[in-house]
Design a protein around this ligand. Structure first.
Ligand code: DHB
Ligand code: FE
Length: 284
C-alpha cells in the first residue's frame, strides 16, 4: 500500500543554484531563503520518501515554443538535468520509475486528460534546484522520480481548475498504486515574479499570502482566478503557481501545514517554501 506523505512547494530561481555552488547558504542575502528548508530537511530525514512526483514547468530545455505540451509526464528509466543557460550544472542524474509513470498516465488518460508521454526527458532548473534544496547532502538521490511538466510559458495556458483536476487525477493514480512506497509530491516555481517588460520586478505580497494561506485547507480558493488573472496579479512568471496547484491537487485526504517561509527578494522573485503533510492513509 503506497502513501502520499506530504508535499513540498518551493520557488526555483536559478540563482539559488549558483548560491549552492558557491556555498552561500549563510550569506545575509541568501540565508533567509535557505533557512526555510530546515524543517523540510528534518521532515525528509524522518519520513524518508521513496518516490518524488514533481510538478514543474520546463523553460525551453526539453520543450520549446514550437512544440509545447500542456501536460507532459516522464516515463523514462532515468532523467538528467541540463542547463538551459543559467550557468548551473553538474547535478546527479535521477532514477525513474517507469511502471509508476505508466500507471499515472493510464489513470489521467482514463480521466480524459491528454498528456504527452515522454520516454526520454531532460529536466531543467525548475526540477533540479528544488531537489538540491530539499536533499542538499545526498550522495545519490534516495528517491525514484516521476517528472510532470505543465505549460506555464506559452499561451494559452491551462486554467488553475484544469491543473487542480489534473493533479487530483494523478493523486487517484498514486492512491491506487499497489506498491508499498512512500511518496512525496512537489510543486515548483513562483511566487509572484515577472522577469521581463515594463512590469519587470512586479511582486504582489497580498496575492502570495492569499495563496499560502489557502493552500493547505482551502486550495479551491486558488481556482477563482483564471491563468490570465494570475498573470495580472502575480506576474508573467508568477503563473508558475499552476505547478503548486496541481501538486496540491495530488494530495488527497486531510492536509495540514507543517512549515512555511516567505522572503523578498531573491533575484526578481518573491520566494516561498511550504511543506504540507498529508494525513490520509491511502487505500490500496
Ligand atoms: C527567475 C525565476 C524563475 O522562476 C526562473 O525560472 C528564472 C529566473 C529569477 O527570479 O531570476
Ligand atoms: Fe521559473
Amino acid at each position: 500500500m503506497s502513501t502520499v506523505a506530504g508535499g513540498i512547494f518551493t520557488s526555483h530561481v536559478p540563482g539559488i543554484g549558483q548560491a549552492i555552488d558557491k556555498g552561500l547558504q549563510q550569506d545575509p542575502y541568501w540565508k533567509p531563503f535557505f533557512d526555510g528548508f530546515h524543517p523540510v530537511h528534518e521532515w525528509l530525514a524522518r519520513e524518508k520518501p521513496d518516490v518524488l512526483v514533481c510538478f514543474y514547468n520546463d523553460h525551453g530545455l526539453n520543450f520549446f515554443l514550437d512544440a509545447m505540451p500542456t501536460f507532459a509526464i516522464g516515463a523514462a528509466e532515468g532523467y538528467s538535468h541540463e542547463d538551459e543557460g543559467w550557468g548551473i550544472s553538474g547535478y546527479k542524474p535521477y532514477s525513474g520509475m517507469p511502471e509508476l509513470s505508466w500507471h499515472i498516465i493510464n489513470q489521467v488518460v482514463g480521466d480524459e486528460f491528454d498528456p504527452t508521454m515522454c520516454q526520454k526527458m531532460l529536466v531543467d532548473h525548475a526540477l533540479a534546484i528544488p531537489v538540491e534544496l530539499a536533499w542538499p547532502d545526498a550522495k545519490s538521490w534516495p528517491f525514484k522520480l516521476v517528472p510532470i511538466a505543465i505549460n506555464t510559458v506559452q499561451f494559452p495556458l491551462p486554467s488553475p481548475k484544469r491543473c487542480f483536476e489534473f493533479g487530483r487525477s494523478v493523486g487517484r493514480a498514486l492512491e491506487s498504486w499497489q506498491g508499498d512506497e512512500k511518496i512525496v509530491v512537489m510543486g515548483t516555481g513562483g511566487l509572484s515574479h515577472q522577469l521581463e517588460g515594463e512590469r519587470a520586478g512586479h511582486i504582489n505580497i497580498e496575492y502570495d499570502m492569499f495563496c499560502m494561506d489557502h493552500l493547505s485547507r482551502d486550495p479551491e480558493a486558488l481556482l477563482q482566478h483564471s491563468s490570465l488573472d494570475i498573470v495580472d496579479l502575480a506576474g508573467s512568471q508568477g503563473v508558475e503557481i499552476l505547478n503548486w496547484i496541481a501538486a496540491r491537487g495530488a494530495m488527497r485526504g486531510s492536509v495540514t501545514e507543517y512549515s512555511r517561509n516567505y522572503h523578498i527578494p531573491i533575484s526578481n522573485t518573491a520566494t516561498a517554501t511550504m511543506l504540507l503533510e498529508n494525513h490520509a492513509t491511502v487505500m490500496a
